[in-house]
Design a protein around this ligand. Structure first.
Ligand SMILES: [Zn+2]
Length: 101
C-alpha cells in the first residue's frame, strides 16, 4: 500500500514539472508513476516546450518549434530559418511587463 502512495506522489511531482514546462500533466504523471525517480528526472531535464523558439511553416503557415525538420501538418521539409519567432514564455513575459500598473 505504501508503494502505491509513493508512486502517486512521484507521478504528481512529475506531472506538475511537466505542466510547468508547457507539456502534458497526464503524460508526465504516467511516466513518473510507472518509472518512479527516473521518470521524475526525465521530467525535470526535459525541454521547456514553452521556452523553445518557434518558426512559421512556409507551406501552411502553422507555427512550429524551431528544431522541427518537417512540418507535421503539410509535410514540408523545413530549412533552418533566418528569422525565429519568440518563444511563448518570452512573449508572455513581455506582455506582462508592458502592462500599465
Ligand atoms: Zn506546413
Amino acid at each position: 500500500m505504501g508503494l502505491v502512495v509513493i508512486l502517486f506522489f512521484f507521478g504528481l511531482a512529475g506531472g506538475v514539472v511537466g505542466r510547468i514546462k508547457g507539456s502534458s500533466f497526464v503524460l508526465w504523471f504516467l511516466i513518473s508513476a510507472c518509472v518512479p525517480f527516473f521518470g521524475l528526472l526525465a521530467a525535470v531535464f526535459s525541454r521547456w516546450d514553452n521556452r523553445e523558439l518557434r518558426r512559421q511553416c512556409p507551406g501552411c503557415g502553422r507555427v512550429l518549434k524551431l528544431h522541427d525538420a518537417i512540418c507535421t501538418t503539410c509535410g514540408t521539409e523545413l530549412e533552418f530559418p533566418d528569422v525565429a519567432i519568440a518563444s511563448e514564455a518570452s512573449v508572455r513575459a513581455r506582455a506582462l511587463s508592458s502592462q500599465p500598473r
